[in-house]
Design a binder for this molecule. Structure first.
Ligand code: NDP
Length: 257
């Protein structure tokens, strides 16, 4: 059983309908947080909310396209009204649609930068306004990627958006420390979710080769990432801000053949 280290905290998780975001939302609820689960449409997050409520937790499903500033403003206002000001924000929503440079469209570039990076600015601004006003400090956790540090061919837009997320983490951390807000980034390696399954199905990712390239010889699970979120959001990480935690089974450290 998870310790109730976040009892009564208000958490908002973007991209909470499935995959990593779903795992994070459930873990936060198990730790006692009340969780706003955001997806592009509220109905997409309803099953996660029902699962949390079935275990006695408190959760709310809301629809919001995180790249849309007006939608983000309205969503955070609704969360504050229904649950209270946000204490913990997890910027997890993201897309990955690899295209080779010479075929990459402007739309592909813009969608990655908007959904993966601009959303971090918009949601962090909305959350940190509430945290400053409430005066209790807070915690922002951005889900970046090891490809923000490691160059992968055919993924210029995705890699660049994730590099931006990592650096936004540092800038937000140093600017918002005065509000007692900590901002950190988790950079997952390859985690078996629908996003990865789709890339494998489309022939854009070779699952076996990834596992061979990973010292632990496996892809990660959503629980590997959720555990790191609980650590960063919890009382033990009070002096940690502006940091990126790679959770990748040794993928980034590996430098041999
Ligand atoms: P999934 O594709 O499984 O889930 C994506 C989530 O993001 C869904 O909840 C989806 O909601 C939501 N979403 C997508 N677009 C938007 C949008 N415009 N506005 C709001 N929500 C949106 O992804 P993963 O769980 O695999 O990945 C989650 C995060 O982790 C992403 O940021 C990804 O880049 C990152 N990551 C993933 C890795 C992996 O190996 N899986 C590795 C490294 C990083 P809806 O159901 O409504 O579509």
């Amino acid at each position: 059983m998870t310790a109730q280290t976040l009892k009564g905290k208000i958490a908002l998780v973007t991209g909470a309908s499935r995959g990593i975001g779903k795992g994070i939302a459930i873990a936060l609820a198990e730790a006692g947080a009340h969780v706003a689960c955001i997806a592009t449409k509220a109905e997409n997050a309803k099953a996660v909310v029902a699962a949390i409520q079935a275990e006695g937790g408190k959760a709310l499903a809301l629809g919001c396209k995180v790249e849309n500033g007006d939608a983000v403003t309205a969503t955070f206002a609704e969360v504050e009204k229904q649950l209270g000001p946000v204490d913990i924000l997890v910027n997890n929503a993201g897309i990955s649609n690899p295209q080779p440079l010479l075929k990459m469209t402007e739309e592909n570039w813009n969608s990655h930068m908007d959904i993966n990076a601009k959303s971090v600015f918009l949601c962090s601004q909305a959350a940190i306004r509430q945290m400053k006003e409430a005066g209790n400090g807070g915690c922002v956790i951005n889900i970046g990627s090891i490809v923000g540090q490691n160059a992968i061919p055919q993924t210029l837009s995705y890699c660049t958006s994730k590099a931006a997320v990592e650096h936004m983490t540092r800038v937000l951390a140093v600017e918002c420390a005065k509000y007692k807000v900590r901002v950190n980034c988790i950079a997952p390696g390859y985690i078996r979710t629908e996003m990865i399954d789709q890339l494998v199905t489309d022939g854009k990712l070779a699952a076996e080769a990834i596992e061979q390239r990973t010292p632990q010889r496996r892809m990660g699970s959503v629980d590997d990432i959720a555990a790191a979120v609980l650590f960063i959001a919890g009382p033990g990480a009070g002096f940690m801000t502006g940091e990126t935690l790679n959770i990748d089974g040794g993928w980034t450290a590996y430098g041999y053949l």
